[in-house]
Ligand binder design. Structure first.
Ligand SMILES: Nc1ncnc2c1ncn2[C@@H]1O[C@H](COP(=O)(O)OP(=O)(O)OP(=O)(O)O)[C@@H](O)[C@H]1O
Ligand SMILES: [Mg+2]
Length: 385
């Protein structure tokens, strides 16, 4: 046990960053997400999607949900979903504890899974497939999930699917290949950072859970924690843990602003927003927003039509042959467009390290091919192999 834990009269570290459901705090956004998951189970809908920035609580929320399921529901939980369709079927079957012959093909997996689902339906059970970090699912695997979700008996659906992911998932779902999937998603919720008031309650809740509801902490500490973290719960945990350590090193049981400041500096957190005690954004921020809006509007009214301009560029540039045949993606995420224009549809989402085939060039755009999908990306985001 870390020494600061005893020093503050706690029985464990209240701000560990593992998604531990004993510490689950029911904020309004988390309640909404849990409500959406409960609704999925009661309904005959096929999909629920939960989108949230990193650290907003997707994983802990699904764990909380799973924990309260009774044995009328069977679920498979897939966490590392950078999987081909075959690998995904295998992972689902393994999670359900089903033995699979080693030489199985995708079709074989599909039929084993169908038999399992029918068996469960006969037992009167619901089956859920939950994919966490679903922003990493390749487009073709997502499409395969849709096909899977079509499985039904004459009367009833055989399974329901929950996708949890960072905002890139929402971008991916916009790609034309996933149009049919998108149409089937009727339940979608967004997890957001907490408000100032809820952040304060969250911190106090965690102290109380860990054994000391009366840790001495000045009001401005809460304000500073909020300013540095913007109510992002992973960040709140990281910052609070370091803050406690910083006070402990000083042998000081009263947590003060300088401890937060030292902690934030060591974590390289920068202040994000201004708040007053009631959690309202200061008038200054509102004025800034109005200013940004007015400037934006002015630029918008004065602009040249972007689409037309890009199309013109695209037409005036002759296609060229590419010198190299293959390249690797440099960017963390890279949208592939239908045409060489930023305003064109996204057809695929590449990730850092993906290998692509190069087909032709137009200006600073290059046409690539990956997994039978073709589209355009800016050349500067690729390393030539
Ligand atoms: N409602 C909550 N109650 C208690 N703790 C929470 C809550 N939401 C988030 N946390 C804490 O914040 C941290 C991040 O949560 P979690 O891992 O669930 O985020 P995530 O959205 O899944 O992030 P990522 O996209 O990086 O996977 C965890 O330490 C978790 O304990
Ligand atoms: Mg997560």
């Amino acid at each position: 046990m870390k020494d600061f834990v005893q020093f503050f009269g706690l029985h464990e570290d209240p701000f560990r960053i593992t998604p531990d459901i004993d510490y689950f705090y029911m904020s309004s956004v988390h309640q909404e997400a849990l409500g959406a998951l409960e609704y999925l189970l009661e309904s005959e809908e096929g999909f629920a999607v939960i989108i949230g920035e990193p650290g907003t609580g997707k994983t802990i929320t699904i764990r909380k949900f799973i924990n309260q399921l009774d044995n009328s529901v069977e679920y498979a939980y897939i966490l590392f979903p950078n999987l081909s369709p075959e690998e995904m079927f295998k992972a689902i079957l393994e999670d359900f504890g089903i033995d699979i012959p080693s030489d199985s093909s995708k079709n074989k997996f599909f039929s084993i899974l169908r038999d399992f689902l029918i068996e469960k339906k006969e037992e009167g059970k619901k089956v859920l497939i939950i994919v966490d970090e679903a922003q990493n699912l390749p487009v073709e695997t997502l499409e395969e999930l849709r096909i899977l979700s079509n499985m039904e008996t004459e009367k009833e659906k055989l399974l329901q699917i929950v996708l949890l992911g960072q905002p890139e998932l929402e971008v991916k779902l916009e790609s034309p290949q996933l149009r049919q999937l998108r149409q089937r998603i009727t339940i979608i919720t967004h997890l957001r950072n907490l408000s100032y008031d809820e952040t304060v309650k969250y911190i106090n809740y965690r102290f109380a859970k860990a054994g000391n509801p009366a840790v001495k902490i000045s009001d401005s500490v809460y304000e500073n924690v909020y300013k540095y973290t913007d109510g992002n719960l992973r960040k709140v945990n990281l910052l609070m843990e370091r803050t406690l350590m910083s006070a402990f090193v000083e042998n000081n049981q009263f947590i003060e602003d300088r401890h937060v400041k030292a902690a934030a500096e060591s974590l390289k957190f920068k202040k994000k927003r201004n708040i007053n005690k009631k959690g309202y954004i200061l008038t200054a921020s509102i004025s800034l927003l109005i200013f940004i809006f007015a400037t934006g509007l002015w630029i918008y009214l004065k602009r040249e039509p972007v689409v037309a301009k890009e199309t013109k560029v695209e037409k005036s540039i002759k296609p060229e042959k590419v010198e190299k045949k293959f390249a690797t993606v440099k960017a963390y995420m890279l949208n592939v467009r239908e045409d060489p224009s930023r305003s064109s549809h996204i057809v695929y989402l590449l990730k850092e390290g993906d290998k692509v085939e190069l087909l032709e060039k137009k200006g600073d755009w290059v046409k690539i091919k990956i997994n039978n999908t073709e589209g355009w990306v800016k050349e500067k985001y690729l390393f030539k192999d």
